[in-house]
Structures are given as C-alpha cells and as structure tokens.
Design a protein around this ligand. Structure first.
Ligand SMILES: NC(=O)C1=CN([C@@H]2O[C@H](COP(=O)(O)OP(=O)(O)OC[C@H]3O[C@@H](n4cnc5c(N)ncnc54)[C@H](OP(=O)(O)O)[C@@H]3O)[C@@H](O)[C@H]2O)C=CC1
Ligand SMILES: Nc1nc(=O)c2c([nH]1)NC[C@@H]1CN(c3ccc(C(=O)N[C@@H](CCC(=O)O)C(=O)O)cc3)C=[N+]21
Ligand SMILES: [Mg+2]
Length: 284
C-alpha cells in the first residue's frame, strides 16, 4: 500500500485564501497588515526565500518592505534598523532572515525585535509563552506542521510522536506543540543511542536534521505519519528532504514530499502571524 502524500502546497493555499479574505475585512477597518523582511548578505537560498515572502505578502494584500543589506553591515547598524522597524506604525511583523553573517551575533539581533512584532516567534519571551501555554505568536514551521497533520484529518492526542532534531527553530518548538496537542513526545538528536529503534515506535515521526535522505524505511513504523522538514540542496541542484521518500512511501500511511510539504506551510504561517500581529496591535 502506498502512503497518502500530504499536499503541503494545497493546504498552504487553503490557509492563504483564508488569510486573504480576513485581510480584506481588516482593510475595511482601515488596517493593512505589514511585514518587514531583513536580508543581510548575498546567500542565494536566502534571497530566494525572501523573494518568496515578498511575493506572498503581495498576494495577501499586505504592505511589505524588504531591506537588502550588504554582507559588511555591522551589528550596530542592523540593531538600529530593527529599532526603527519596531517604531514603524506600518510594520506589524519583523523577520530577520537567518543565518546572519558570522561577524553578527544572531541572538542580539533577534532579541532586539519587539516581542509583539516577532512573527518568527524566535524570541525568549515568545518561546517561553509557547512552553507555558500562554497565548502568543507561534513559530511558523512548527505551527505549520501541526496544521498539516490536523488538516489531513489525523489525530495527535495520545499518539507517540518522535521528533528527530532539537534546534531552537524546529525540533524543540515542534515537540512542545505536539505535547500541547496531547501527544506523548520523544526528542532524538545526534547523541541519541538506538535511534532507529525509537523512531520505529513513532505513530508520528517529525524529522528536522538537515541531512539529505538520512532516514530510510528502517526508521519507520508501518502505518506511521512521516513529516519531513529537511530542505537540502543536492549537488545536482535538486531539493531533497531528510527522509528517503521513495524508500518510506510503501511503509508510512502518510508522508510529506520535499518540495511541496512543510516548506509552503512555513510561509503560510508567517502570513498568519503577520495578520494576527496586526490585529493585536490594532486592538481588533
Ligand atoms: N521547511 C521549512 O520551512 C524549514 C526547513 N528547515 C530545514 O530543516 C532542517 C533542519 O533545520 P534546523 O533545525 O535549523 O537544523 P540545525 O542544524 O539547527 O539542527 C539539526 C538538529 O539535528 C540533529 N542531528 C543532526 N544530525 C543528526 C543525526 N544524524 N541523527 C540525529 N540527529 C541529528 C542535531 O543534533 P545536535 O543538537 O545533537 O547537534 C540538531 O539538533 C534543515 O534541512 C533545514 O534546511 C529549517 C527551517 C524551516
Ligand atoms: N528568520 C528566519 N525565519 C525562517 O522561517 C527561516 C529563516 N530565517 N532562514 C531559513 C529557514 C528555511 N525556511 C524555509 C521556508 C520555506 C521553504 C519553502 O517554501 N520550501 C519550498 C521549496 C523552495 C525552493 O524551491 O527552494 C518547498 O519545500 O516546497 C523552505 C525553507 C525558512 N527559514
Ligand atoms: Mg540552524
């Protein structure tokens, strides 16, 4: 039996359609959601992502501004720009594209973003709110993963979810969101012993390690739901996930492709956060 392919592109489009409608409504009240994206340096992958975000803002009817800064930009200049965006009334969300050049302290820059404009939800305050369960903006990729699972019609409550990867931007927050949905959660990382055995007990397996095709069918429980977060550019120019899709297709009950799985959801959730930030800041 071949797995159901989870169509992230289609589900992201559904969400964007909902956002576009809500934005029209909001504009009727004189509020235009605004996103500022900051890109430092010329990394080609980052440039593509930023272009994508700009285009999606246009589709949503948002105001957007993109600040493309040279590689040599200093930390002080970047923090100053973030400060002015914090004060701008037309900007409700601020995203500083990562990674930043090596001479800039990423944490210092992220911490400079006003918490209510932190649409990536990378700040300590928003991360803390996530853990405590307080209302806050949710990190885009993890929130997108939960939406994907839910809109595919699968239950999370009571299931064993195994997350491979413990980064602050994907692994840890997605584990927290799965816990909030009442999954029983195990987190694996590069020091985990017997990872294959642990992964093969997962009803829901989320993989975010950044290693092309590292996870094959030996790591999959028959009938598992497999969410592949990895976006890896191969030497031949193609994109590959962290999961060996072809090898897992007959064993999983549902699986996300790369491209067209989690990636488009991340952008859709960024738009959702920008809309929510605008609503909160306008007090509607
Ligand atoms: N689709 C999307 O929207 C997004 C996709 N990504 C993609 O997701 C992937 C992961 O990104 P990110 O979380 O930032 O990556 P990081 O490099 O920050 O973290 C990788 C994590 O994976 C763990 N790890 C690495 N190798 C192994 C292994 N062989 N077995 C078990 N654990 C391992 C590391 O463990 P340790 O902590 O011990 O070092 C670490 O916790 C990348 O391909 C990235 O491009 C990222 C963000 C958004
Ligand atoms: N401050 C910050 N916030 C981020 O959210 C952030 C970041 N920095 N730095 C880089 C990572 C990576 N990331 C992706 C978003 C969308 C796709 C995406 O749309 N992928 C498409 C394919 C795109 C392509 O063809 O290259 C897909 O998977 O179908 C991928 C990766 C967000 N990130
Ligand atoms: Mg990283």
């Amino acid at each position: 039996m071949s797995a159901k392919v989870i169509d992230g592109k289609r589900i992201a489009q559904e969400i964007k359609d909902e956002i576009r409608l809500e934005t029209e409504n909001l504009k009727g009240q004189g509020i235009v959601p605004g996103l500022a994206v900051v890109l430092v340096g010329g990394d080609p992958a980052s440039a593509v992502y930023v272009g994508n975000k700009e285009k999606t803002c246009r589709e949503m009817g948002f105001y957007s501004e993109v600040h493309r800064l040279p590689e040599e930009t200093t930390e002080a200049e970047l923090v100053q720009l973030v400060g002015s965006l914090n004060r701008s009334d037309s900007v409700h969300g601020i995203l500083v594209q990562l990674p930043l050049p090596k001479h800039i302290n990423e944490k210092l820059v992220i911490d400079a973003i006003a918490v209510h404009k932190d649409v990536d939800s990378f700040s300590p305050q928003n991360t803390g709110n996530l853990v405590i369960g307080d209302e806050s903006l949710l990190p885009c990729t993890p929130a997108g993963i939960i939406e994907l699972i839910k809109r595919t019609g699968m239950d999370i409550s009571g299931k064993h979810a195994v997350v491979i990867g413990r980064s602050n931007i994907v692994g840890k927050p997605v584990a927290m969101l799965l816990l909030r949905e009442n999954a029983t959660v195990t987190i694996c990382h590069s020091r985990t012993e017997n990872m294959e055995r642990i992964a093969a007990e997962a009803d829901i397996l989320v993989v975010a390690i950044g290693k092309p095709k590292a996870i094959d069918s030996r790591f999959i429980k028959p009938g598992a739901v497999v969410i592949d977060v990895g976006v890896n550019r191969l030497n031949n120019g193609k994109l590959a996930g962290d999961v060996d899709y072809d090898d897992c297709l007959d064993k999983a009950s549902a699986i996300t492709p790369v491209p067209g799985g989690v990636g488009p959801m991340t952008i859709a959730m960024l738009m959702k956060n920008t809309l929510k930030a605008a609503q909160l800041q306008a007090g509607v």
